[in-house]
Design a protein around this ligand. Structure first.
Ligand code: NAP
Length: 301
């Protein structure tokens, strides 16, 4: 029986492990793939306090070593279910069942992919899912943003300040995102909006060089030369396995506020998989600290 099981070894989960160990609680971190989570894909983190530049890999490795050094146990198995049992929570993985008095769910969320050939290989080579993280690499270059939600509109605005030319490619003729953002974009001289348009092919050598864009009404196809493609077509939180014990919103995020409490006593949530407005490294680590502190209070009471 552990005091706390943390599901997910991204920045939120590993920070929670650090805080829980410093409060002298026994901690098991369950992780499906690698420690680090989504930040592993970021070649250069420039917006986290202290280090002006650090790769996602180096950042994750240092936090992992810090958590392990404090005595957190890591097991690389995918958690597939949480059960409320007598006096504890059971976390079921594909291989085993683990027990704890409290659980912190830090499973994060994935970027929704376009599902194009080569999309995965080109991440960091012209394809990005985060303008705030990678936009600076495209100063005075040509980029495209895909999507019609607030993230895509804000990414296009952000990139129009940096890049020479920004294409915004949306599959419909009206935006899902706020009109004020759309109106501001329409005033930008270096932004060209392509409505009813879908990216249907990525053309690359080592890096992305061109995209093929298909008009969804006429079927006509054009090719656009560019340096970067920012895909902002929503996110997919990884919570569905736990929906039987905690409440999710319509988009699948765990309903929770800044205190990281879920509707279920003894289950806390930290990071990108909870309802929040800013999903960044710094807010994920902040959640980890908060969720662990609340879990420790729960255990001590
Ligand atoms: P979103 O609102 O779900 O929008 C996703 C966009 O991507 C939609 O326009 C959708 O098109 C498009 N899309 C989805 N799948 C696609 C595909 N396979 N190919 C092409 N296009 C595709 O996601 P989001 O923009 O990331 O925003 C998520 C939430 O965070 C929203 O509630 C948003 O308001 C909020 N948010 C708020 C702020 C803010 O308040 N400042 C900033 C960012 C995000 P359709 O419209 O045709 O479905």
């Amino acid at each position: 029986m552990y005091d706390i099981i943390i599901i997910g070894a991204g920045p939120a989960g590993m920070t929670a492990a650090i805080y829980a160990r410093r409060a002298a609680k026994s901690v098991l971190v369950l992780e499906a793939v690698n420690y680090g989570g989504q930040i592993l894909n970021t070649p250069d983190i420039e917006n986290y306090p202290l280090e002006a530049h650090i790769s996602g890999f180096d950042f994750s490795t240092r936090v992992y070593e810090q958590a392990k050094g404090l005595g957190a146990e890591f097991v690389f198995e995918k958690a597939v279910e949480i059960r409320n049992a007598e006096g504890c929570k059971e976390v079921i993985t594909q291989k085993s069942t683990y027990k704890a008095k409290a659980v912190i769910l830090a499973t994060g969320s994935e970027n929704r992919k376009l599902g194009l050939e080569e999309e995965e290989r080109l991440v960091g080579r012209g394809v990005s899912y985060c303008a705030t993280c990678d936009g600076n690499f495209y100063r005075k270059k040509t980029v495209a943003v895909v999507g019609g939600g607030n993230t895509a509109l804000e990414d296009a605005l952000y990139m129009s300040d940096l890049a020479e030319k920004v294409y915004l490619i949306h599959r419909r003729d009206s935006f899902r995102g706020e009109e004020t953002n759309a109106a501001r974009l329409k005033e930008r001289e270096n932004v060209e909006i392509l409505y009813n348009a879908k990216v249907t092919k990525l053309i690359a050598e080592k890096r992305l060089k061109e995209i093929e864009v298909t008009d969804t009404i006429t079927g006509s196809v054009r090719t656009i030369e560019l340096n970067g493609l920012f895909i902002a077509v929503g996110r997919v939180p990884e919570n569905q396995n736990f929906a039987s014990v905690i409440d999710l919103d319509d988009a699948g995020y765990v309903l929770a506020g800044e205190d990281c409490h879920t509707n279920c006593d003894g289950i806390f949530v930290a990071g990108d998989n909870r309802t929040k407005t800013l999903r960044q490294l710094v807010t994920a680590t902040a959640d980890g600290a908060m969720a662990a502190t609340e879990a420790v209070k729960y255990l001590n009471n």
